[in-house]
Design a protein around this ligand. Structure first.
Ligand code: FE
Length: 290
């Protein structure tokens, strides 16, 4: 008897528009991952979307705060962010650039938006580290916009490749073999289609920056994905989407799940509560120096 091949397309399994959170010294962020509705997408612990309007009187941002046990990946769409840490590392992240920080055993840092004219906008993604690497030394991977490859697929589709390798062979500059992250920023013209392989063992999500995309199939329960929503994708080996009449821009992020216990509080993500308490104690004693 003939049996139709089981579809391998990844489609939205959970869709969420997140919730507003106040971070730093009063910055409003939209948290898509790391909230009760969507606790995590292993190995991704948190996704924040921020858009700060410059204010010449009072520059709000993310003053001195600690991290231990994971990585923070900041991808900036507009403006610039000055950062400085307890290990003496500092710099300026500019629009289109990415900072992939391995906090490891711990750092204390500040991240302060600098433009006073326009918005400072972007994303912060938290990527977990396995138990074996949570106490590694802190390190950075930092790339300006011109160091992030732009893959062109005809006139209608471009992909900025931050991490991992696309189905067409473009490799981004960020390296992390522990979780194999893929981090792609897709831009589609009106009605344009994308076919993109995703490793079957990866967990994957899409964040819609702008426009809308549709998924294949005649399952009416799968609605088009709208602007400013996150969709956790089902298992499968391939993404197939097409943009609506306004085109679309979205992040496609995937990675190898760690499947380890997660104990988190504030900027500390460990495996046990005892380890979180040890991190808080080390922070109090000024020991988070990279
Ligand atoms: Fe931080």
């Amino acid at each position: 008897m003939f049996e139709a091949p089981k579809t391998n397309y990844r489609v939205p399994r959970t869709v969420s528009s997140g919730q507003d959170e106040t971070e730093g010294d009063g910055v409003q962020v939209r948290r898509l991952i790391g909230v009760p509705a969507l606790d995590m997408v292993d190995p991704f612990l948190l996704l924040d979307v921020f858009s700060v309007t410059g204010n010449q009187d009072r520059q709000t941002g993310f003053p001195s705060h600690p991290h231990r046990g994971f990585e923070t990946a900041t991808y900036l769409l507009a403006g610039q962010v000055r950062h400085e840490d307890s290990a003496g590392h500092s710099g300026l992240l500019k629009a289109g650039g990415v900072q992939w920080m391995t906090a490891g055993r711990g750092i204390v840092h500040s991240e302060m938006p600098e433009d006073s004219n326009g918005p400072v906008a972007g994303f912060q993604l938290w990527v977990n580290l396995p138990k074996s690497h949570k106490m590694t030394h802190a390190s950075y991977q930092e790339f300006d916009a011109n160091e992030i490859p732009l893959e062109r697929r005809g006139a209608q589709v471009t992909v900025k490749v931050i991490a991992g390798t696309t189905g067409r062979g473009t490799t981004g500059p960020v390296r992390q073999p522990l979780t194999e992250p893929r981090y792609f920023d897709f831009q589609l013209g009106a009605g344009a289609a994308v076919v993109e392989p995703i490793p079957d063992h990866h967990n994957a999500f899409i964040y819609m920056i702008d426009g809308a995309i549709e998924f294949p199939g005649d399952d009416l329960s799968i609605h088009p994905l709208a602007k400013e929503t996150v969709a956790v994708l089902s298992n499968g080996t391939e993404l197939r989407v097409s943009a609506g009449t306004d085109g679309a821009r979205f992040l496609l992020v995937s990675g190898r799940p760690l499947r380890e216990a997660v104990a988190r509080s504030g900027g500390f993500v460990m495996n046990t509560l005892t380890e979180v308490q040890a991190a808080q104690e080390d922070f109090r004693l000024g020991r988070l120096t990279g």
